[in-house]
Every structure is written in structure tokens, then in C-alpha cells.
Design a protein around this ligand. Structure first.
Ligand code: ADP
Ligand code: MG
Length: 329
């Protein structure tokens, strides 16, 4: 594989910045971290057929491979700084790479994260993309999973469930991920599956307000469960407080509209907890960040995540939280 052609194209599109002493092109990048701040470092790998449909367009794959990592930085309350990109590709396809970079760099530029290096290798099999993202957060201000306290409100941003609805429609052969959806509803959930918006501004705005935070990649219930485990607390969600967006109701992919919202995956919204005294401050912070938020329950003493309906009856998810993009999983 002519990997040097590919690397040259990546290098040509990488940019100089004051906090990058040396970027793409040497044996390692030289970076200048902000004084006294902690570096938040995260890596996520996307495999074709597993984390995105095999036929997904390269620009969408590029966007999503960075988005899932930026979502992790958002969930830590970190300011994005730099990233590296490891590409394992079956062949040196220049057109594929250019389109991939279009999507990747569109999001990178918007988020202020710079591509400073990576690795390019050939594999036998479909593409695998691994991104490492680095961000900065002042000491003691990171939004960790282990800070939730009994009595906290539980909040969620945006409209979880959209991506799962799109995934379900794709699995049923009712959604083509390569072209705009035939209706506004279909197109909105398609975008949410292929081009999720990492909640970076919300994560930054929640510094000093949220006690605990996680991004929802494996489903709201499962990821809230991580907060509970790490914080040694339980959670009680009120079904009547959980938003089911109108588009999800109209598309009606499941008998139970709450299944997608609570147990779907791939949403990249933030779920966080905070003291009830901060309700107004949080509403203002989310508004300033341009992100909707819903208050959906409370942290309680104990363990586990419980969902109750308006009558106090327990609700259980009708399917497992996480589903892959291959037909046989
Ligand atoms: P080495 O053999 O020292 O690992 P490489 O040939 O792998 O060097 O990479 C050369 C330069 O190109 C390095 O600076 C590396 O960070 C960069 N690079 C390689 N692949 C990518 C990629 N997919 N994205 C960004 N930078 C890359
Ligand atoms: Mg290398």
C-alpha cells in the first residue's frame, strides 16, 4: 500500500497552531499543554460492520470516529486540544481518504481540536479507525463518574433514542444510510446516527455544577448504571419525566417508545447528576451551551437503576442495551 501518499494528503491538510511545536511528519508530535491543567486522554476504535454500517459514506465515518472521542472529552468537561488518527485500511484509496478527512476535519475544526499525528497501516478486511483525543481540564474540575450523591437530580441532554431508532430502521431495510432520508423525521434520526453532535459546550458549562457525568454510548440506563457503580449509589428514573421526541413517536419502531430512549445506544448525549439547588444554574448553563436538558430522576442511597411509571410501577427494558451494526449480532 502506498501509505506515504495517504500520509502526505493528511499532512497537507493539518494546520499549524501555537500549542503544537511539531505536528504531523516527524517520529512524534511535540505538544505544549496549558500550564497547570490536567490532560484528559481517551481512545475509541470504530470497526466497519461493528460500529458503523459497512456501506456508510467515508465522510460520515470520519465525522463519527472523531465525534465518539469528543463525546468522551465532553463527558469529562475537558476542552479539546489535539488528536491522533490510526487508520487500518484494506487499500490505499485516495478518494476514500479525502472524503473521510472532509468529515473528520469538519468536526475537528468546529471543535478546535487539531490532528497532530497518527498511523496508517494495511489490513486484510474492512476499515478500522482508532482516534486518540486529548483535552485539558483544570485540576479538580473534571466531571467524573464517581461523584454522584444521594439526593442529586439526574439530567440528560438532547434526545436520546434517535440513533437507535435510525439503527432499527436500517436493520429493517427502511433506511438507507448513504442518502438523505425521504422524510424530515427519517433524515433527522439518520443524521443523529451518522453525525452525532458531541456535547462539548455543555460539558464545559457543567464544570463546577455537575457532581458526576457520563456520555451515553451504550444506552442511558447502562451508562447511568456506570455512574451508580462508581459512586456507590442507586438511581430512580421517573418514566413520565423521560422525553420521547415527536419524531421518535411518529417513526414508531418499537411497541414501547421508552425502549429507544432508555436502552438504545450510540446517542452521545450527556447524563449527569447535580444538587437540586443548582437547577436554575444548570438550566442557564445548558441554554447558553445551546443544548436541551431534561431532569429525569434522582440519585438514591443503595444501588442499581430503577425506572418507575407515574403509578410507581417498575418498568423494564424490552431488549439488551447495545446492538451492533452487523446483521448476525
Ligand atoms: P513512523 O514510522 O515513525 O511511525 P509513520 O510513517 O507511521 O512514521 O508516520 C509519519 C508521520 O505521519 C508521523 O508524524 C505520523 O504521526 C504521521 N501519520 C501517519 N499516519 C497518520 C494518520 N493516519 N493521521 C495523521 N498523521 C499520521
Ligand atoms: Mg507509524
Amino acid at each position: 500500500m502506498a501509505e506515504f501518499d495517504l500520509i502526505a494528503r493528511i499532512q497537507a491538510r493539518s494546520r499549524a497552531r501555537a500549542d503544537i511545536a511539531l505536528g504531523v511528519g516527524d517520529d512524534a508530535a511535540l505538544l505544549l499543554p496549558p500550564d497547570g491543567q490536567a490532560l484528559a486522554v481517551t481512545v475509541d476504535t470504530l470497526n466497519s460492520g461493528m460500529h458503523f454500517p459497512a456501506e456508510a459514506l467515508p465522510a460520515d465515518i470520519g465525522w463519527k470516529s472523531l465525534a465518539v472521542n469528543l463525546s468522551d472529552l465532553a463527558a469529562m468537561g475537558a476542552q479539546p486540544l489535539w488528536c491522533t488518527l490510526s487508520l487500518a485500511l484494506p487499500r490505499a484509496d485516495v478518494a476514500w481518504l479525502d472524503a473521510f478527512l472532509d468529515g473528520f476535519l469538519a468536526l475537528a475544526d468546529g471543535a478546535g481540536i487539531a490532528l497532530v499525528g497518527g498511523d496508517t497501516t494495511q489490513i486484510q478486511g474492512p476499515p478500522s479507525i482508532s482516534v486518540t483525543a486529548m483535552g485539558a481540564v483544570p485540576p479538580g474540575q473534571a466531571l467524573r463518574r464517581d461523584g454522584a450523591q444521594a439526593g442529586d437530580d439526574i439530567w440528560v441532554t438532547g434526545t436520546p433514542g434517535d440513533a437507535f431508532v435510525a439503527l432499527t430502521l436500517w436493520r429493517q431495510g427502511r433506511l438507507d444510510v448513504t442518502v438523505p432520508g425521504p422524510s424530515a423525521d427519517l433524515e433527522s434520526v439518520r443524521q443523529r446516527l451518522l453525525r452525532p453532535t458531541p456535547r462539548l459546550a455543555a460539558g464545559l458549562a457543567l464544570r463546577g455544577l455537575a457532581h458526576a457525568c457520563v456520555d451515553i454510548s451504550d444506552g442511558l440506563l447502562g451508562d447511568l448504571g456506570h455512574i451508580c457503580e462508581r459512586s456507590a449509589v442507586g438511581a430512580r428514573l421517573r418514566l413520565d419525566a423521560v422525553p420521547v421526541p415527536a419524531a421518535q413517536r411518529r417513526l414508531a419502531v418499537a411497541e414501547d417508545p421508552y425502549a429507544a430512549v432508555l436502552a438504545g445506544g450510540d446517542d452521545y448525549e450527556l447524563c449527569f447528576t447535580a444538587a437540586p439547588a443548582q437547577r436554575d444554574a444548570i438550566a442557564a448553563a445548558l441554554l447558553a451551551a445551546g443544548t436541551e436538558g431534561s431532569r429525569i430522576g434522582s440519585i438514591v442511597a443503595g444501588d442499581g437503576v430503577e425506572v418507575v411509571d407515574a403509578l410507581g410501577h417498575p418498568w423494564r427494558p424490552p431488549h439488551a442495551a447495545f446492538q451492533h451494526f452487523s446483521a448476525d449480532s
